[in-house]
Design a protein around this ligand. Structure first.
Ligand code: HEM
Length: 138
């Protein structure tokens, strides 16, 4: 949905199109999964396998020194939170009293930056230490 929103907002901006209810719906269906992912992520962050309420650190150790915990407790959640906030701002452009060109342009930039941040923060299988398999459990 994020990719579709990026393509549609770019073509709306460059093609000087009128903003329609269909555009707003596309953005909304990008926002909803992003917020669901936020809730799922928050649950994992707190109570998941390596959630902060589950893992007991031994005295005097910092999670910052552990590559996996630093990634899943701080780097990944922080970047994803920023990405989800950008998606929310992108959707918010639908309601802003600005010209359609500005709506499309700003939403395009918000969605594009969100995608870049998500791509950076995903624990891709090829990432050393923190990577997760393409097909977990297989
Ligand atoms: C666009 C949003 C997000 C995407 C695309 C995303 C993606 C992912 C992916 C692909 C994994 C690895 C799953 C696996 O194969 O094991 C993961 C794990 C995890 N994510 Fe996210 N995430 C997002 C947002 C968040 C947020 C907002 C938080 C925290 C507030 C979070 C916390 C975690 C934690 C703690 C894990 C490790 C779970 C475990 O193995 O127990 N994520 N995420």
């Amino acid at each position: 949905m994020l990719l579709i929103s990026i393509v549609k907002s770019y073509s709306g901006w460059k093609g000087k199109k009128a903003f329609t209810a269909g555009d707003r719906k596309t953005w909304l269906f990008t926002l909803i999964p992003a917020h669901i992912t936020l809730l799922l992520g928050l649950y994992q962050w707190l109570a998941g396998r390596i959630g902060i309420l589950r893992v007991e650190l031994s005295e005097g150790t910092s999670f910052m020194k552990d590559k996996i915990l630093r990634f899943y407790w701080l780097e990944h959640p922080l970047l994803m939170f920023i990405a989800i906030s950008l998606i929310t701002l992108g959707y918010g452009m639908a309601k802003k009293p600005v010209s359609d060109e500005v709506k499309f342009r700003k939403a395009f930039l918000f969605f594009l930056f969100a995608l870049i941040i998500i791509l950076v923060a995903v624990p891709w299988p090829f990432r050393e230490g923190v990577g997760r398999p393409w097909f977990p459990g297989m």
